[in-house]
Design a protein around this ligand. Structure first.
Ligand SMILES: [Mn+2]
Length: 330
């Protein structure tokens, strides 16, 4: 890359000018949007509204109903190939580590589009014409807090609720190591604007769907251990997933149950999206590099979180993966 990298303060000023000087924006976040993605989308929308700009918020995927309380979240359009849309010249993407995360919405970008890339992922590849990137920010909304400050906007509970929601979800309820003094300072300021912190924690962190608990019920019944109890796993068969009417969201978090057990070094979830195919999600609580194990089966991921897909029966997949984890622990 030969473009000279601006320092964060300069990036903020450049982003400020881009937003102040132009109009007709498209605001987009990543496919399968999470709390930070949706909160960031509505936070940018709120700022543009305050500045009397024309804009459209969009996402390739459906926004979960539980985010309906966010300011104007009902106005986030869902991408459709046959939608009549102008080719947008000014785009703001939030929480997307690379261009492909924008998904099909990029088909709405005009030729020679100006794209402001606002993100906190350390892996962000600096796509776009302007970047506003802070890799040590806990969430994209932390950067949007700074942006709202340089735009000199008058805050209210709507914007504060967007910012707080993104912080809450991306830090797992202010628990992850990304929960910096700055995060807590911003959260405190947001509560001062009238954000209902305990209601949001209840809705976004505590509430679980009926499908999730039914699936958890059968998954926990399948809980198994290696003889030394350093490996633990649960499974969800295609039939159980169908019976619980579970979506991918409902499967999320199941792997943490075996992983979080005292003394367990590797927790695994074996799910069967359809008969004959098994997806293994591996989580390391210790020193085992589970990315290396996933690689053995053609998968990949991170040192502490990885995944792979195997062909065959559930029993066979469990036997093969657990054997490799056992070797890594030996
Ligand atoms: Mn994020």
């Amino acid at each position: 890359m030969n473009r000279k990298k601006l320092i964060y303060e300069d990036q903020l000023q450049a982003a400020r000018s881009f937003i102040r000087d132009y109009d007709d924006f498209l605001v987009v976040s990543h496919v399968s949007p999470d709390g930070d993605a949706i909160s960031s989308t509505t936070a940018v929308g709120w700022m543009l509204e305050r500045l009397n700009k024309r804009y459209i918020m969009v996402n390739e995927d459906r926004i979960s109903d539980k985010f309906g309380y966010l300011w104007n979240s009902g106005q986030i359009s869902r991408y459709a190939a046959d939608m009549e849309t102008p080719a947008f010249q000014n785009v703001i993407s939030v929480d997307c580590a690379d261009f492909s995360r924008i998904g099909k919405v990029s088909e709405w970008f005009g030729e020679g589009v100006s794209l402001l890339n606002i993100d906190h992922h350390p892996t962000n590849d600096d796509y776009g014409t302007l970047q506003l990137i802070k890799p040590d920010a806990a969430a994209t909304v932390e950067i949007l807090y700074d942006l709202a400050k340089v735009l000199d906007l008058e805050w209210n509970a709507d914007l504060a609720t967007c910012i707080y929601s993104g912080l809450l979800t991306d830090t797992g309820g202010f628990r992850y190591s990304s929960t910096s003094p700055k995060v807590m300072k911003i959260a405190s300021e947001m509560l001062g604007y009238g954000v209902k912190g305990s209601d949001l924690a209840d809705l976004l962190l505590e509430k679980i769907t009926y499908s999730h608990i039914r699936l958890l019920q059968t998954a926990l019944a399948s809980l198994s251990f290696s003889t030394d109890r350093r490996i633990a796993w649960v499974s969800a068969t295609a039939e159980e997933i169908a019976q619980a009417e579970a979506s991918n969201d409902d499967l999320e978090g199941l792997v943490n149950y075996p992983r979080n057990i005292e003394g367990v070094e590797v927790g695994i979830l074996f799910k069967q999206p359809e008969p004959g195919r098994i997806k293994a999600s591996l989580r390391s609580a210790g020193t085992v590099n589970v990315a290396e194990i996933a690689c053995l089966f053609g998968g990949g991921g991170h040192v502490r979180a990885s995944g792979c897909t195997l062909e065959g029966t559930l029993e066979d997949a469990i036997g093969r993966v657990v054997a490799e984890v056992g070797k890594a622990l030996a």
